[in-house]
Each structure stands twice: as C-alpha cells, then as structure tokens.
Design a binder for this molecule. Structure first.
Ligand SMILES: C[S@@+](CC[C@H](N)C(=O)[O-])C[C@H]1O[C@@H](n2cnc3c(N)ncnc32)[C@H](O)[C@@H]1O
Length: 324
C-alpha cells in the first residue's frame, strides 16, 4: 500500500484530485520520486530491477512485449518532471500498460492511445468509446463463458459480427493462446500454470473488474485506430505532450516483433527523426542493440538501461531512450 506521504506527493504532482490506488495495491514508488530527476550519464544503468509482480495490472491483455515492468520508471519520470504532461500519447498502444497507468494515477490530464491491429483496436474502442450496453455485453460474455476447447475453438473459428464480439474474441484469444500471442499461427495453451490448461490465464471476474475500472477512465482516454506516425505528427507541436513510444522491434537483426504482432514493420530511422522533431518530451523503449544506440546518438537522445525482473525472477534489460 502507498504511504500517506507518497499519496500526497502523487496528488501534488498530478496537480489535482487524489490518485486513487486500491487499498491493497502493493505498488512501490521508489524514493527517487521525491527528487528532481538527475540526468544520468549516457548509457547509465539503473541499479534495482522492477519486479513486474509489484505493478498493478490494469490492462485486460497479457500483451507480448508489454511494458508493465516499465510503469514505475515512467511514473518516477513524470512525477519528478518539472510539470506533469497535459497529454500522454502512446502511439503503439498494444496492451497500453503505461497509458492506462498514467490515466489511472492522474499523471497526465489526458491520454491518447493508438494501435493499428483490428483485434486490439476493437477492445479499446469498445471499452473507451462503446455504448454502456456494449461494455456490459463484453463483461457478461467474459464472466459467463464456459471454458473448454470446443467453446474456445467455436469462438476463434467464427468471424465476429460486431466490434464488441471481436473485442471478446480478442481477449479470449490473448488469454488462451500460448504466450498471449495473437498473430496468426500461435497454438492454444495446453498445460498452462499448474496444469490448469485453458483456465490458467482466464480470470473472468478480474477481467470484468479491469474493464469496469477502465470504463471509468473513459473521459481521460481517447483511443484511435491509426498509424503511429500520423498520431505523433498531429501532436508534434505540443510542448506539454509526452510521447511514450514502444514500437515493435524488428531493427538490428531482431525478428521477435515479426512473430508477435500482425503489424511489425516500422521505419525506425524515420521514427527517431520524427520524435527528435517533436516539441514535447519523449520516452522510448527499445531492445538493446548497436543499431538502436546509434540511432539514439545520431538524434541526440539520452540512453539508459533499465533492468526488470520477470515473474521467474530473471533480470532483463531494455533501453529507455528519452529527451526532456
Ligand atoms: C511492443 S507492442 C506495444 C506493447 C505495449 N507497450 C504494451 O505495454 O502492451 C507494439 C504495438 O505496436 C502496434 N503497431 C505496429 N505498427 C504500428 C503502427 N504503424 N501504428 C500503430 N500501432 C502499430 C503493434 O500492433 C503492437 O501492438
């Protein structure tokens, strides 16, 4: 649970209403959040890894390449920045853990998410822009679903006839397919956690509660199914915007992005050039490769390595590339 002092600091930083964490939330804000962010040396490494189990999960997705582990780092940066951004833009939204956390914690006045994938888009559109009846239908479909292979295959094999039905199929597929991979070719979970098979990632009441909580954020969150470049360029002249950019990674010989996402071809050179020209702050997350480091250096970005501990307690490192 957050200490009262931390809650007050968060509230002051957000410049308005209290940030409401559930009472049993075990999110830990690192002490560094009380200080102004000190510029780190180029390529500096953070000491303590974030444990993903300590971050409150808001997204209904278990998104491949999701950035739950980066939430404390982004929170720290936004809180210690001179002022919170008026707008957080997450142009490659996917499971949108950063954008959703920023909206929930009041770390920006509003959040714009964009994503190209038709299936992922259906989820965000239903939750943030659907009718109340659509959201109710979605949560009822989740809580009322009888999990077995016949029912799962029936949903996966039938083309959805509405956006909300596509949203349901997407959440189901994300939780029933191995590794949460939604791109074509991923098989269904067989054994799963503790041999629970298809049930192992299906927590209907939790998913329904997350959908309800996100729906309550709808006045702050706008979702658009658009190309990331178009969205970045639209907000490029906003000094008070902060861009959180987590593209599929296919540069530097890494091909994971191709396997995980339907849309994975990005001109990384153009992305760096576009972001170097925006007036607002930029925080990017990338795999640590020579090519990415060169692109960051060429465009004058700061580079840091941030460690994270996954649920198996393995420490992994990614690059956080930023400009204030
Ligand atoms: C690394 S994932 C983002 C994960 C996200 N940060 C999270 O926490 O779940 C990258 C996402 O970008 C999307 N994408 C790829 N190309 C895009 C484009 N041109 N415009 C918008 N989204 C795109 C992919 O579909 C994928 O969902």
């Amino acid at each position: 649970m957050l200490s009262r002092a931390h809650a007050i600091r968060l509230r002051a930083a957000a410049g308005r209403r209290a940030v409401s964490f559930p009472r049993n939330d075990n999110v830990k804000v690192p002490p560094a959040c009380a200080r102004r962010h000190e510029p780190a040396a180029h390529g500096a490494a953070h000491a303590a890894p974030t444990n993903v189990a300590q971050v409150r999960q808001l997204s209904p997705f278990r998104y491949p390449g999701g950035k739950t582990w980066l939430v404390p780092e982004i929170r720290r940066r936004l809180i210690t920045a001179r002022q919170n951004p008026a707008l957080l833009v997450e142009p490659f939204a996917g499971g949108a853990m950063v954008g959703l956390s920023v909206a929930a914690e009041g770390l920006a006045k509003s959040v714009v998410l964009s994503e190209l994938d038709d299936d992922v888009a259906a989820v965000w559109r239903t939750i943030f822009h659907g009718r109340d009846a659509d959201v109710q239908w979605l949560r009822d479909a989740i809580t009322g679903f009888a999990v077995n292979e016949v029912n799962v295959r029936a949903i996966l094999d039938r083309p959805p006839t509405s956006d909300r039905a596509r949203a349901f199929r997407t959440i189901m597929r994300n939780r029933m397919q191995r590794g949460g991979i939604m791109a074509a070719g991923a098989g269904l979970i067989r054994a799963g956690e503790n041999g629970r098979g298809l049930h192992s990632r299906w927590y209907p009441e939790t998913l329904a509660a997350r959908i309800d909580a996100l729906r309550r954020l709808r006045s702050k969150v706008t979702f658009e199914q658009r190309d990331a470049f178009e969205v970045i360029e639209r907000f490029a002249s906003r000094k008070t915007a902060c861009f959180f950019v987590d593209p599929p990674y296919t540069a530097g010989g890494k091909r994971a992005g191709t396997r995980l996402y339907t849309h994975s071809t990005i001109d990384h050179q153009r992305l760096f050039a576009t972001l170097a020209a925006v007036k607002g702050a930029v925080i990017m997350s990338y795999d640590d490769t020579t090519e990415v480091r060169e692109l960051a250096a060429r465009h004058g970005f700061r580079v840091e390595t941030v460690p994270m501990k996954n649920t198996h307690h393995t420490v992994m490192r990614e690059l956080v590339i930023s400009k204030p």
